[in-house]
Design a protein around this ligand. Structure first.
Ligand SMILES: [Zn+2]
Ligand SMILES: [Zn+2]
Length: 287
């Protein structure tokens, strides 16, 4: 998969994640440089062929597969809350899995990625606007340029929706708010680039967002059935994963526990569930 021009002065290098390139004011704004040496080479070769003098990287969030190839950029932009995630592999791991993972798990962890410019939602950098899209991680940001929106991991493509079932968001209720807000931003001619998955336009983009909402709703529905029997967070997560036929491996359980914990905490706040500490651990059950 090579570069594709999706709008005037906007290109995308398809992959997982997708990498965007906005060419404006003599600058290459690269949204999520991604992961892997080959990808870095392809990005810089493209910038050279376009004869753009300056190179800025714009990060949607601090997950390593989106940020690993930030070398060779004059400036690297990230939301204030994402800076720690990008710069500290420890903070990234703790935020992503609830633990500073070691080599015992097979995750890619990556190095520190120094951020030169902190941004906030609503900021505009030479025509590139930072949109509030958090929930997947704290500070997660989408970028809008003209009629193109780079959504990062606020919205997942169809294939991933079918494969993972339990969508990874550190803060599920906030991720749901983000989905609602992003849907409102979609116009008939909007070109929408999710972090993982094909580029969709207008109506199809709205449908994809709806599917993401439905996937979260389905998890809540199924989780509600499972929690009726009670259990620890780990037990409940594994039961739900088994129900969906997902692979039960330590790292996947660790990952899936994050959004499940977020949903349970929200229900605790709302008084729908109760928790008690026992010798088995913290038991969650429906009220
Ligand atoms: Zn991510
Ligand atoms: Zn991602």
């Amino acid at each position: 998969m090579g570069w594709r021009e999706i709008a005037e002065n906007v290109l995308v290098l398809r992959g997982s994640p997708n990498t965007g390139l906005i060419a404006t004011n003599g600058i290459a704004f690269v949204v999520d440089p991604g992961y892997g040496e080959g990808r870095a080479k392809s990005i810089h070769k493209k910038i050279e062929s376009l004869r753009l003098a300056r190179r800025f990287a714009m990060l949607t969030h601090g997950h390593v597969d989106h940020i690993a190839e930030c070398k060779g950029f004059e400036r690297v932009f990230a939301h204030r809350w994402c800076v720690g995630l990008a710069e500290s592999a420890t903070l990234r791991n703790v935020c992503e899995f609830g633990v500073n993972t070691t080599k015992g798990f097979t995750f890619i962890t990556g190095d520190s990625v120094p951020i030169t410019d902190e941004i906030w939602w609503g900021d505009e950098i030479l025509g590139v606007e930072a949109l509030d899209a958090h929930g997947h991680t704290p500070g997660h940001t989408a970028y809008m340029y003209g009629n193109v929106i780079f959504a990062g991991d606020a919205v997942f493509g169809d294939k991933l929706l079918n494969k993972v079932k339990i969508l990874y968001h550190t803060d599920v209720p906030t991720a749901e708010e983000t989905l609602k807000r992003l849907k409102e931003q979609i116009k008939g001619d909007t070109i929408f680039v999710p972090g993982h998955g094909p580029i969709v336009e207008g109506k199809r983009a709205r449908e994809l967002i709806e599917k993401n909402v439905e996937a979260i709703e389905q998890v809540k529905k199924d989780l509600w059935e499972i929690i009726k029997d009670g259990g620890t967070l780990e037990e409940i997560t594994v039961r739900l994963m088994e129900f969906y036929g997902l692979k039960i491996e330590p790292e996947f359980v660790l990952l899936d526990m994050v959004p499940i914990r977020s949903i349970l905490s929200k229900w605790l706040e709302e008084g729908k569930v109760k928790v008690e500490a026992t010798e088995m651990g913290i038991l969650w059950s429906a009220k």
